[in-house]
Design a binder for this molecule. Structure first.
Ligand code: NIG
Ligand code: FE
Length: 395
């Protein structure tokens, strides 16, 4: 693997306060040296290692940010729910039951159809600067289908999450506890080897606190880390369940009580906010300011799925976080990079400190401020992962 020297970077966001200005560790007129896929040096351009780099890339004054870490997606599915979206925009409420539509389509889809969708969405995310992403199962809801979805997800990311407890499938209607026993038993047995994480949708219309606890405990007993879909549709026990399970992340957090905020602040559980989901549901946005001001670590993620958030765009999430969640551009970029890494308990991504994976996005813009300032514009000119341009064209 060759070395690469990035020269004339107008603004380099390292997320290393020791390397540059402010919490984002910003350097101006900078250079970045990458060796064997890792960050080997950052500093002023005029101090760049002379003659270094098998390849020298002239950034010509543009900005570089760490690659986005999208810590919450559901990208293994078939079909789409555009008509459900249109009906919702005409006033029909969202209910978790829409998940069943995707489950039916996913179960009859071939492996190659599911992998094709995954490949298309992965490529789309990469073009928009995402270099690490998590991917959940949850549209199979039967032993062989959940295992198949995770096996396919594993082929595109190591951050795979078992979400057998997404909703109770139709064939178990009225027998939720039997389904929970299946999830926590035979389904986990078949799925655990393809997963790093276990997740549960703990909300009205999905699973209650006791059922969620059973699933998370069973997952943790098999060595999986916990994450929870919490407090999306209303006030409820999700955050409490997540903190009790020492989950890496409580996701959505749209409806929070004072107790929930306090619990999160006193824990190592990241609050992962999914503003593109709230946008697509025309739901209220979470109170990010309250979380940040209480000292909670916040991540931003897309929640990419065909029902509530059919987008792979982390720049969109950043724009929404700034405009609608009242996060500063600095907080939003940190949440979309370092915050996502913390939600996945990773320290090799989400920043460009010495030794980090050389995962980065070159912006067609002079500053990261353009991410929220120019919403809806494809601002990522090139994405580099492990020190390689992906795809191998562009700036
Ligand atoms: O994160 N909340 C649960 N799961 C997804 C929605 C899935 C769907 O509607 O298909 C979410 O929003
Ligand atoms: Fe989700």
């Amino acid at each position: 693997m060759g070395s690469v020297l990035f020269r004339r970077i107008g603004e380099l966001v390292t997320n290393d306060p020791a390397a540059g200005e402010g919490p984002l560790g910003v350097l101006h007129d900078a250079a970045l040296f990458v060796e064997t896929g890792r960050v080997a040096w950052t500093g002023p351009d005029d101090a760049a290692p002379q003659g270094a780099g098998d390849e020298v890339v002239d950034i010509a004054g543009a900005a570089i940010v760490p690659g986005f870490v999208d810590s919450h997606t559901h990208m293994v599915f078939a079909g789409d729910r555009a008509t459900e979206f249109a009906a919702r925009m005409a006033g029909r409420p969202y209910a978790a039951g829409g998940i069943e539509t995707t489950v039916a389509a996913t179960r009859v889809a071939s492996d190659s159809e599911l992998s094709g969708t995954l490949a298309r969405l992965t490529a789309e995310a990469l073009r928009a600067g995402t270099t690490t992403f998590e991917c959940k199962s949850g549209y199979g809801l039967a032993v062989e289908h959940e295992a198949r979805c995770l096996r396919l997800a594993r082929a595109v990311t190591e951050e795979t999450t078992f979400l057998g407890a997404h909703v109770v499938p139709g064939e178990f209607a009225g027998r939720a506890d039997d389904y929970v026993a299946l999830v926590a038993g035979a389904m986990l047995d078949a799925c655990a080897r393809f997963a790093r994480w276990v997740d549960v949708f703990c909300d009205e219309g999905a699973f209650d606190a006791d059922q969620a606890g059973v699933v998370l405990d069973a997952g943790r007993a098999r060595g999986l880390g916990a994450r929870v879909h919490a407090n999306q549709l209303g006030h409820g026990p999700g955050v409490r369940v997540a903190v009790k399970a020492r989950a890496a992340s409580a996701d959505h957090c749209t409806y929070l009580s004072d107790d929930d905020v306090e619990l999160l602040a006193g824990s190592a559980t990241v609050a992962t906010l999914l503003p593109a989901c709230d946008f697509s549901l025309r739901a209220p946005y979470p109170d990010a300011r309250r979380l940040l001001d209480a000292g909670v670590t916040v991540a931003l993620a897309t929640d990419c799925n065909p029902g509530t958030s059919y987008t792979t765009s982390m720049p969109l999430c950043i724009a929404l976080a700034v405009r609608e969640l009242h996060m500063s551009p600095e907080e939003a970029l940190a949440a979309a990079t370092l915050g996502g890494a913390k939600a996945l308990r990773r320290d090799d991504v989400g920043h460009l400190r010495h030794g980090a994976r050389a995962d980065l996005a070159v912006l067609d813009a002079p500053t990261y401020l353009h991410l929220p300032y120019r919403p809806g514009v494809p601002l990522v000119g090139a994405t580099w992962k492990d020190g390689a341009r992906t795809p191998p064209t562009g700036r």
